[in-house]
Design a binder for this molecule. Structure first.
Ligand code: C5P
Length: 313
């Protein structure tokens, strides 16, 4: 244990992964982004971020995906720490340790979760005292999915995904996640989506009423039928084997399945915990996916695990 942890000067915050239950992509904007109508849904896979004073700025990643995470200045957690340091009267270099459970470049916003967790952790470490609104603004500067990692639950996202409205969604949903080897870079998937739609008129994105009524009813069958993702064809175009993986999960009895965000993770919805266990065993045994996980949603947004001064959002 480092001297900082031993003296209690460390803060640990957890942040959830997300799925997009719906992802409707509008035309490419002049700034390169796309306006979205999306429904974010946080699920119980978490990264845990610990920040503590150190001699130099450093990001350390632990867990099974550690070697896949870039730890340089572009790392979202490092950028988040610098954003908070700019607001602090007394900060200083920090070591950021990310215990990573969320797949890397998997379409589940793992990097955004790390950014969101680090914003809150550094705010507490340096006793900056930013309001929730101020943290949300910094989150939106960091990336389109970072505000939702702060918020959690189920929420409609618009703009480039950073403008959120919570959704009244009483159900709990059991998901099976089929992971793939190698990530898919989000900008490449959006570019492929543009290429596939070139020459076609792309309407402004609108949330779908079917999905909203399934969520209001808490009905997994209706939700399974209403899952849609405009990036799915682009992900299939870049990684054709994903189409077969989706079919395997549906053949094994999933209520619905969808590429998560920009992929390549595929999320299957099941009726209950038993259904999720059965599907995950069947998928793992079939060898169709190199790794299979289960997760329940919705999950809470960022929350403090350990801090000298406890605070949640
Ligand atoms: O906001 P973030 O940095 O996470 O976005 C990563 C990339 O994903 C962007 O540079 C852009 O290529 C693409 N993107 C997009 N439209 C969005 C969100 C992301 O084109 N609404």
């Amino acid at each position: 244990m480092s001297a900082a942890s031993a003296s209690g000067r460390s803060v640990t915050v957890r942040a959830p992964a997300k799925l997009n239950l719906e992802l409707t992509v509008g035309p490419r904007r002049p700034d390169g982004y796309h306006d979205l109508a999306t429904v974010f849904h946080a699920v119980g896979l978490h990264d845990e971020v610990t920040v503590e004073p150190a001699d130099d700025w450093e990001v350390v990643v632990t867990g099974p995906y550690a070697e896949l995470v870039p730890c340089g200045a572009d790392n979202l957690a490092m950028r988040a720490a610098h954003l908070i340091a700019e607001q602090a009267t007394s900060s200083g270099p920090a070591r950021i340790t990310i215990d990573k459970e969320i797949p890397v470049a998997g379409g589940m916003a793992g990097g955004s979760a790390d950014g969101a967790a680090t914003l809150l952790a550094c705010d507490l470490l340096w006793e900056v005292g930013l309001s929730r609104g101020e943290l949300e603004e910094l989150a939106a500067d960091l990336g389109s999915d970072v505000p939702f990692a702060l918020a959690g639950g189920t929420a409609i996202g618009s703009g480039r995904g950073e403008q959120l409205v919570p959704v009244l969604a009483p159900g709990r949903y059991e998901w099976v996640l089929a992971l793939s080897e190698g990530g898919l870079p989000t900008p490449e998937v959006y570019a492929e989506c543009d290429r596939l739609r070139a020459g076609r008129r792309v309407p402004d994105p609108e949330p779908s009423e079917d999905l909203m009524s399934a969520l209001r009813a808490g009905d997994p069958r209706a939700l399974g039928a209403a899952l849609t993702n405009d990036l799915q064809d682009a992900a299939f175009s870049l990684r054709p084997e994903l189409r077969g993986l989706l079919e395997v999960g549906l053949d094994f009895g999933a209520l619905g399945g969808i590429v998560s965000g920009s992929g390549p993770t595929i999320a299957f919805l099941t009726a209950d915990v038993e259904g999720a266990l059965d599907l995950s065993v069947a998928l793992a045994a079939s060898g169709a996916a190199p790794e299979v996980k289960r997760a329940t949603g919705p999950a809470h947004g960022v929350h403090v695990v350990r801090s000298p001064s406890l605070r949640s959002l």
